[in-house]
Write a protein that binds this ligand. Structure first.
Ligand SMILES: [Fe+2]
Length: 157
């Protein structure tokens, strides 16, 4: 049964498809942040090992919220690694093990890219799909990414 919340079925689908892209990117960044948590080495090992854990836990919570919001809009939520990779705009680096410095700059760039992409989605929710709930929801996600980016940026010297 489709949700009767004042958004047309076509617009519900469009909102959900933007959210599926967001979900895929959150998954990619979650896995990448875990990889860096596992492989970090260097003089700030324990500090960054813990920082990356703190950030992947935030991403994990976001993932669940985004997935459930897609369901709330009446759509099925993708849930395979293949679909996440296919729908992700962030790139992975298989077989590569970045230095501490490059891990920090790669994560920073990824968070900044998501902040920029999310900002571009907000007017679509507001003006095209009539989905104020998703506009507000994605604004909240954007703010969390801005905060994670700020922390990572403080390590750039
Ligand atoms: Fe761990």
């Amino acid at each position: 049964m489709s949700p009767n919340i004042g958004i047309t079925p076509k617009n519900l689908k469009k909102s959900a498809s933007i959210l599926a892209t967001i979900l895929s990117n959150e998954m990619t960044l979650y896995v990448k942040t875990r990889k860096f948590h596992w492989n970090i080495s260097g003089n700030s090992f324990m500090e960054l090992h813990k920082l990356f854990e703190e950030q992947y836990r935030i991403l994990e919570a976001q993932i669940d919220e985004v997935a459930e919001r897609i369901n709330q809009l009446g759509e099925k939520t993708i849930g395979t690694m293949k679909e996440f990779i296919d729908n992700s705009t962030l790139k992975e680096s298989p077989k590569e093990y970045a230095s501490q410095k490059n891990m920090l700059s790669e994560l920073l760039e990824n968070h900044e890219q998501l902040v920029t992409e999310f900002r571009s989605y907000i007017p679509i929710f507001e003006n095209e799909t009539n989905d104020a709930g998703s506009a507000d929801f994605v604004t909240g996600l954007l703010q969390e990414h801005e905060k994670m980016a700020w922390i990572l940026r403080r390590y750039q010297v």
